[in-house]
Structures are given as C-alpha cells and as structure tokens.
Design a binder for this molecule. Structure first.
Ligand code: G4P
Length: 534
C-alpha cells in the first residue's frame, strides 16, 4: 500500500478514498458466500487475514474462537472485515452473518458499505434471506452486482434467472459476462465487451485460481459448437433488449451488472473482482443529519455500525466497529464523540478480527476500524475531528422474533434493568415495553433468535443475572400510531408495544393472515411496513 506523508494532504486522502471499494455479499445460506470469499481472497493479496471469521468450522482449518457459544456451533456471531489489495485498489469485504446467526447486525453492515454483491445459486434463484437483504440495499440505494454461482451444477436457464430478477425485485439485469454451456456444463464465459470467450479449466479441488484461456469467437465456435452458438443467440437477444451496462443506472441502483461463475472452482471470480474494481463506487461524501455532505477529504469522521462484546475470553472487552467516512485516521489520535461532545482517545485501534487482532496505524474513507474498550460508544454514534459532524442514526430493522424476558431472581431487578438498558443501547436486541406488561417483563425483539442467546448470555456473565425467556408467537410487525394502539386493545392475536430506543409504536401480529383480517375490520388503521419485513 502506498504510504502517504505524516500529515496527509486533502488530495492524498481523496486519492486513498478513490482506491477503496467497500462491499458486502448478500445471499441466502448455502449459496456459496464463504466459498466466494475464500476465492476472492485467493485472487488478491490479502492484507488482513479474516478466514477465521468467514470460514466455517472444520473447513480449511479456520475456526473463530472468541465465544463459547460460537465455538459450539462453529459459526461467527458478528460481522468482520476482510481487507485485501487488488490491482492498485484496497478492497474491504464486510461479512454479513447468515445461517443461524442472521441478526440485526447483518442488516446494519449494509449501512457501512458502498456496494453489494448479490450471490445467487443458479438452481435456486432469489431466496428469502437474499430478498430481505436486498430490500435494505434498495432502501439505502446501494448499487448491487449480481453473481450467479454454481454454474458447474445443473440449474436454471440464464435468461430465466434474469427474468426472475427483473420481475421479482424490479432491478434491470445487465450481464457483463454470459455462460457458454448450460448450468452443469460450464465451459467458460463470454466477455460481452470484447466478444471473446474465457474458457475455465478447473484446478483440482479449486485450491488455486482457475486456469483461464482466452479464445476468440472463431476458436470458441470451433471448440464449443452448439453451446457457443446458443450463447451468441442469447447475447443477441440481450443486445436487442438493450440490457447493457450503464454506469449511471447502476450507481442509481436501478440496474445490476450480472456475472456467471462457480466459486468452488474459482471460475468467474476474477471477472467479479474486475467489475468491482472498475464499476463499484468508491466512498462518496456522506450526508450529515441535516443532509449536508461531508467530503471524503474533510478531516476524519466515521460512525459506529456494530458493537461486539466479549470477543476475547481472556480479557473481556468490547469493540466498536467504525466505518471511516472522511479523512485520515491515525492510531492514537484524539477525536470527538458527537453525542456527548467529549474527547475520545483512540489508543487501541484495531482492524480485522477472528482469533487474531492486528493493530492498525492508519485508515481512510471506506475502511473499518475496531476501537477496543470503547464502552462509551453506541451503535450509530459519530466520531469526528473538527469541524463537527453528526451522521444520521442507523435505522432499526423489523424484528421477527419476540420473547418476554424475566429475571429468575426478583432480588436482582436493579441489575436486570441496567443490563437490559445496556443491551438495548448497544443494539444487541430491541427492547419493547407496555404498561400492561410492566418493567419486570420487557419484550425482547430480534431479527434472528441468536440475538436472544447473546443477550441472555451477556446478562448472566456481565450483570450476574440469570433470566428466563418466554417466546411469543408473533411473526408480523408493523409501525402504528395512538389510533392503532386504541383499535388493537384487547384484540386476540395482536398487541401494540413501545420500542424503548425511539418510542416507536409497533403492532405485532401472530401471522400475516390475522394482520390482514384485523386491518380489514378496522378501516383507517395505520400499519406501515418496517424495513426488511418479510
Ligand atoms: P454459504 O457461506 O453461503 O452458506 O455457502 P458455502 O460457501 O458454505 O457453500 C455451501 C455449499 O455450496 C458448500 O458445499 C460449497 O462447497 C458449495 N458451493 C459453493 N460454491 C459452489 C459452486 O460454485 N459450485 C458447486 N458445485 N458448489 C458450490 P458443502 O457440501 O455444504 O460443503 P463442502 O463440504 O463442499 O465445503
């Protein structure tokens, strides 16, 4: 990485920002996120090793070990970052936990990226978790690149997959590459810009980057006859319908460049990196609370998008992950904490997590830093170097799991209350209350059930309170108002609770059917969807 002078000039900061690409993969479990992460790293010069975070237990010997629960399950509970160099760029890949550890953190990661790669299994197309994550991208206007994976296995027709994307999520696909050979008989891809074919020759076990061979159209036709002919015809169709990449439409998040590949064989992964490098946006000026953009070369500013506690059993502590939005961050600098106006020393700034921690000296817009023992920091807080700035608070996402929490020992109520407040402030879970339920029995609400386990484990270890959870049967959530609260009082299968964090009134229903029936009965009832509600 190029070094900049001790005092970075604004143009040096702008140049560093311009070579950052910060993105996340959005996908459904098993589509191949871990595999493609490893494949991307293989093509790149890894700056920080995050295999421990991205890999799965037992795979290539990578197991993250910071929490007993995580160890038992062999999954990572929170998101981390893989940083690597590609060409002259610095790429930051933020992990979006899926599987059983899907949680509000997964959504929040998307507040800290400039682009997303939507990874689809060729045989399955758009799946539920992908759709939820995509809705967050859409709401935040995050440009999305689509990678259709597992082309080495039987799957859908490529045109049918494009149609599904266009019809179901109203995003216009503009393929950059096109497969030669149907799913299951993958010979390579056509590069639509040059018309040449890149043939993939698989290396045993996919341990190294796929061997690529460039074929001109005549040679591709000679070797792949009917498959080549079919690809050419499909490409003609695409060209006729104007499905061509348009940079403005892509950055406005109305179109999606599409690539085909097989992450397990590393096929098509280099092409994905090239599209990220060439088309994905570099960090842009981020608007503050009043909508005024903070230029990337302004003095340092960033916001906390994730807090992770108890990462290291040996020294129980807490790490706040900050996305750098402007300026140059140097370790040890003292910045200001926007909510309190207090100075904040960043002596222990780290990057990359997993089993290892690595101290960083500097970071630029697009990078993520971890601040250790930053107990004063909360999700969404802004840190800055003068002039002051406050970025907008992070959104709360629609919870889908609900449970009443009680202290097992009534004598521990004070600690119980303090602990619940702390977990709410950190965004570990959402805390909902009502007069009827009272202070002793708040309702915890979560995007994924793992959030409950983290909450109860932390109440026990940090606050010494054993708790009991009683799961509630609610599945659908809407935002409502005082009128809704009145109308739903005493209605079976529904309940209105106040979210402690922001005072929002949330109407909970046992299922979508009941919600529709109730809203049909009570005309004029305000029921607004929350972000990422299924
Ligand atoms: P995830 O993180 O999105 O959950 O998916 P992961 O990468 O773990 O991949 C899920 C399964 O799909 C794995 O198989 C993986 O090898 C396989 N896979 C990923 N990419 C491709 C691909 O391009 N082609 C094919 N054919 N398979 C792919 P598994 O049997 O669950 O695990 P493993 O024992 O093979 O590692």
């Amino acid at each position: 990485m190029a070094r900049v002078p001790a005092v970075a000039t604004t143009s040096a900061v702008a140049a560093e920002a311009a070579r950052r690409r910060t993105f996340a993969v959005i996908s459904h479990p098993d589509a191949g996120k871990s595999t493609i992460t490893e494949a991307l790293a293989l093509h790149a010069q890894v700056i920080g090793e995050a295999g421990a975070v991205h890999g799965k237990a037992g795979r290539r010997g990578v197991v993250s070990d910071w929490m007993a629960m995580e160890q038992q399950r062999g999954i990572s509970i929170t998101s981390a970052v893989l940083q690597f160099a590609y060409r002259d760029l610095v790429i930051n890949l933020l992990d979006t936990p899926g599987h059983a550890d899907f949680s509000e953190d997964t959504y929040r990661v998307l507040t800290a990226v400039d682009c997303a790669v939507m990874l689809l299994d060729a045989a399955k197309g758009l799946e539920p978790q992908t759709l939820k994550l995509f809705e967050v991208c859409r709401a935040r206007r995050i440009p999305v690149i689509t990678f259709i994976n597992k082309w080495d296995r039987p799957g859908n027709e490529p045109l049918a997959l494009l149609d599904e994307i266009e019809q179901r999520i109203n995003l216009r696909p503009t393929p950059i590459t096109w497969p030669v050979g149907i799913a299951g008989q993958f010979h390579g891809v056509v590069d639509r810009r040059t018309g040449d074919m890149t043939a993939f020759h698989r290396t045993p076990g996919g341990a190294t980057a796929a061997i690529e061979e460039r074929l001109d159209p005549a040679e591709a036709a000679r070797r792949h006859g009917a498959d080549w002919q079919r690809a050419v015809e499909e490409l003609d169709l695409l060209t006729l319908t104007g499905a061509d990449h348009d940079q403005d439409a892509f950055t406005a998040a109305t179109t999606t460049p599409v690539l085909f590949g097989a992450a397990v064989a590393n096929s098509g992964v280099r092409q994905l990196l090239d599209v990220l490098a060439t088309h994905a946006p570099a960090p842009q000026a981020r608007p503050d609370l009043t909508g005024r953009p903070r230029p990337v070369d302004a003095p340092f500013a960033g916001f906390v998008f994730k807090i992770q506690a108890n990462m290291n059993k040996a020294h129980r502590d807490q790490v706040a992950f900050v996305r750098v939005c402007s300026g140059r961050f140097t370790r040890g600098m003292t910045v200001s904490h926007a909510p309190t106006g207090r100075p904040f020393a960043t002596k222990y700034a780290q990057q990359m997590f997993g089993a290892d921690r690595e101290t960083i000296d500097e970071a630029y817009p697009g990078d993520v830093i971890g601040l250790v023992n930053a107990t004063a920091l909360r999700i969404g807080d802004t840190l800055y170097d003068d002039p002051p700035v406050t970025f907008p608070p992070l959104p709360s996402f629609a919870p889908e799991h609900f449970a009443v929490l009680r202290a097992a020992d009534a004598g521990a109520f004070k600690r119980f209350r303090r602990g619940v407040e702390q977990l709410d402030a950190e965004g570990v879970v959402q805390v909902l209350r009502s007069d009827r339920r009272g202070d002793q029995a708040p309702v915890l609400a979560a995007v994924g059930p793992m959030q409950f386990e983290v909450a109860t484990a932390r109440l026990e270890t940090e606050f010494g309170v054993t708790t009991r959870l009683e799961h509630l049967p609610y599945r659908a959530t809407r935002r409502t108002d005082r009128g809704g609260e009145e109308a739903l009082r005493g209605v079976t299968g529904a309940e209105v609770l106040v979210r402690a964090r922001d005072g929002a009134l949330l109407a909970l229903f046992t299922d979508d059917w009941r919600m529709r029936a109730i809203s049909d009965r009570h005309r004029g009832l305000t029921l607004d969807p929350l972000l990422a509600t299924s």
